[in-house]
Design a protein around this ligand. Structure first.
Ligand SMILES: Cc1cc2nc3c(=O)[nH]c(=O)nc-3n(C[C@H](O)[C@H](O)[C@H](O)COP(=O)(O)OP(=O)(O)OC[C@H]3O[C@@H](n4cnc5c(N)ncnc54)[C@H](O)[C@@H]3O)c2cc1C
Length: 404
């Protein structure tokens, strides 16, 4: 059988795209190397902007049915003790990726998509008018065919073990990204290889702390990283942090130990975490986390979500960008499958749309991250934010996707 579309990676972006394509009547297969539900490193903050895209994709109701927390304000806790509180333009939602990704799978499946978990995509090759995928599932290798493919494999690219035992990397194989004189990929920032992302859920021992976790996303900046806290469903609190790996003592490299290390560096975070009890089964880590310099929406095949670019996590807009790219790309895939335009037209139009929408938040996100992470520069920020609250709100908004 030849599927109309194969979507490679079943995170936020992939499942939204598979649902959109299946809802348009196409036979779609959604593949992921992992099994679900699973915990995933993420701040689990769905920005107000992402809710509009969720609504258009028919995914807002399933999210609401998970009883997410409602978040109305951002609180920035700077290294020098300063605090900046900025109201969000509209309410955001807090919901775990454990629940969210599985809810999206249910929606994709209900729309008619086939979901294959534990299926590692090893390679993608374009043949005469269709694609051939080599997929390893449960120790067996099989070939899948599809008229169109969309890569939603997240920030690590197509990784997997080739039949001959070598490791596969999509970036190397598909296009070969531009490299700078030090051999670093020009798509990613120079300090990137040293970053590790961690997350864990907590229960609140005191109801006041739980209530505050329910309506504020708190960001704590400290030497070598930052941490975000917000409420998710069922009264739980999620803590996610991005840390420089080289900074962490070797005996502190479990997720709970890394989060304690973060708390040691910020008194307000330490105080906040003292009121919370960890749920170690929810721990997850990812490394390296590479922040992108610019979006790249095509690498031999169309890319969506983090496969295009990673915005600094403090912007809390990665999922919004994943959803928006899934929405855009599935509309182009629909036109391509109908024969309304060619593959090269899809590539040209889609790349231009992504560059138009994603370049600005990416640029501002990197700027905001460097400003807030600098002990020296951040010293003046609380006073400036009090003097010019609209400018502070404007800066946060600039890191967010604006859909025209
Ligand atoms: C510390 C941290 C905090 C963050 N906080 C937030 C936040 O609060 N709000 C927000 O909006 N964003 C946040 N983000 C960003 C957000 O998590 C991502 O933007 C989002 O997960 C991207 O979704 P995706 O579907 O593109 O990729 P993913 O969710 O990473 O999904 C990719 C999927 O592809 C699968 N895959 C990979 N390779 C293969 C293969 N070869 N074969 C088969 N399957 C494969 C993987 O198993 C995975 O399930 C944060 C990120 C970090 C690191």
């Amino acid at each position: 059988m030849i599927y109309d579309a194969a979507v490679l990676g079943a995170g936020i972006a992939g499942s939204a795209a598979a649902k959109a394509l299946a809802s348009r009547g196409w036979s779609a297969v959604l593949l992921d190397r992992q099994r679900f539900p699973r915990h995933k490193v993420c701040g689990e903050f769905l920005s107000p902007e992402s809710l509009e895209t969720l609504a258009r994709l028919g995914l807002l109701e399933p999210v609401q049915s998970l009883s997410p927390s409602r978040i109305t304000q951002t609180s920035l806790f700077l290294e020098n003790g300063g605090v900046i509180r900025i109201p969000l333009p509209d309410a955001a939602l807090g919901v775990s990726r454990y629940s969210l990704d599985s809810a999206f799978h249910r929606e994709a499946s209900a729309a008619g998509a086939s979901i294959r978990e534990g299926a590692v995509v090893l390679s993608v090759e374009r043949l005469d008018g269709h694609y051939e995928l080599i997929v390893r599932c449960g120790g067996e290798t099989e070939v899948l065919r599809a008229r169109a493919v969309i890569a939603a494999w997240g920030g690590a690219g197509l990784t997997g073990i080739l039949p001959d035992g070598r490791e596969r990397s999509s970036e190397r194989r598909m296009e070969g990204p531009a490299r700078n004189s030090r051999g670093q990929s020009a798509r990613h920032s120079a300090q990137a290889p040293g970053l590790v992302g961690v997350k864990m859920h907590y229960l609140s021992a005191d109801s006041a702390a739980l209530a505050s976790g329910g309506d504020s996303v708190e960001l704590y900046f400290f030497r070598g990283g930052y941490a975000g806290i917000n409420g998710v469903e069922d009264g739980k609190v999620n803590i996610a942090a991005l840390l420089e790996r080289g900074d962490i003592p070797l005996n502190h490299r479990s997720v709970p130990a890394m989060l304690e290390e973060a708390a040691r560096r910020h008194p307000a975070l330490r105080e906040r975490m003292a009121a919370l009890s960890p749920l170690p089964d929810s721990a997850a880590a990812v490394s390296p986390v590479r922040i992108s310099m610019r979006p790249a929406a095509w690498s031999g095949i169309p890319l969506i979500g983090d496969a295009i670019c990673r915005i600094p996590p403090l912007c809390g807009d990665g999922m919004s960008m994943a959803l928006r790219s899934a929405e855009l790309c599935s509309a182009y895939a629909d036109g391509y499958l109908r024969g309304e335009f060619s593959l090269s037209e899809w590539e040209r139009e889609y790349k231009a749309a992504i560059a138009r929408e994603f370049s600005r938040p990416l640029r501002w996100g990197r700027f905001a991250e460097s400003l807030l992470s600098s002990a020296l520069l951040s010293r003046a920020l609380p006073a400036l934010a009090r003097l010019a609250p609209r400018a502070a709100r404007g800066m946060i908004q600039s890191t967010r996707l604006r859909i025209r």
